[in-house]
Design a protein around this ligand. Structure first.
Ligand code: R5P
Length: 282
């Protein structure tokens, strides 16, 4: 569990799991244990589901009620982040709304690989973004990687950062989204190397329906690559995404921002580093 790993990275500070239950009418009940009066508390809660969002608000209030001195909120996976602007009239900027509300009771916020950095100021409090790249790189260093691939242009900075750490070449595919589950991918006009027989890593921030990684893997296979690893920070793996990706790749790596079957790299050291340096200065 990521929260426990963070507590170890912070020097084995006490770690606890709040008690939660549902009332008969479906409302959520939470209770935090331990002595929190005057303490600096790190609350770790992703916002993957609507239940997570309510749980986050209730836990923040519970921590404050228990007399905590400071509340550092760690949101490993910040859900609702993709609606980070109003695309059509009448829509909300969901990411901004959630950020504002989540930050209400917090002194500082730490999150990991936000969909877009434009959301960071919306917290309205000191907010820091860790990256999943170092965690995945720590694992990929053990592998004979030839080429790093971003499935879209939006991931260029991410793949470049990984390429710099591993000292390997990179390329970005062209992505055309057909609908929320289907994409079309194309190779760039100039390839950094001959792909035949190469060990390729497809790197994305989120694997959701798996459509992007599956299409990227199929495209690379048609060009004769030798082995494909799919890697991401946030492994949502909706429906049968894990099995569909497994069928067209040789390996998968995800960080532990969300519980999932490909969780092989931990962002705990990167989050702890921010808590110990940036947040401790506040
Ligand atoms: C898109 O901007 C993201 O970087 C991911 O490529 C996308 O969210 C992946 O979604 P899916 O797994 O549903 O293709």
């Amino acid at each position: 569990m990521l929260a426990e790993r963070i507590s170890r990275e912070l020097g084995n500070v006490p770690f606890g799991i709040p008690f939660t239950k549902r009332f008969p009418d479906g409302e959520l009940y939470v209770r935090v244990g331990g002595r929190l009066e005057g303490e600096d508390v790190v609350l770790v809660q992703s916002t993957r589901t609507d239940r997570d969002v309510v749980e986050l608000f209730l836990l923040e209030d519970a921590v404050r009620e228990a007399g905590a001195r400071r509340l550092y909120l760690v949101v490993p996976y910040f859900g609702y982040a993709r609606q980070d602007r109003r695309f059509f009239p009448g829509e909300p900027v969901s990411a901004r709304s959630l950020a504002r509300h989540a930050a209400f009771d917090a002194d500082a916020i730490v999150t990991v690989d936000l969909h877009s950095p434009i959301t960071l100021p919306s917290f309205g409090k000191p907010a820091f973004e860790a990256s999943g790249i170092p965690a995945i790189a720590r694992r990929l260093k053990e592998r004979p990687v030839d080429l790093l691939v971003s499935p879209d242009k939006g991931g260029i900075e991410r793949v470049k950062r990984m390429a710099a750490i591993l000292d390997r070449p990179w390329m970005a595919l062209e992505k055309k989204r057909i609908d929320s589950e289907r994409v079309e991918l194309y190779l760039p006009s100039e390839l950094p190397m001959e792909l035949s027989g190469k060990f390729v890593v497809i790197l994305d921030d989120v694997i959701s329906t798996g459509g992007t990684v599956v299409e990227a893997a199929k495209l690379l296979k048609r060009r004769g690559v030798g082995a494909i690893t799919a890697a991401c920070t946030h492994g949502l793996f909706l429906k049968d995404a894990f099995e569909r990706i497994k069928a067209v790749t040789d390996d998968m790596y995800s960080t532990d921002t969300l519980d999932n079957p490909a969780e092989k790299a931990s962002v705990a050291p990167d989050i702890a580093q921010i808590l110990l340096t940036q947040c401790a200065k506040l």
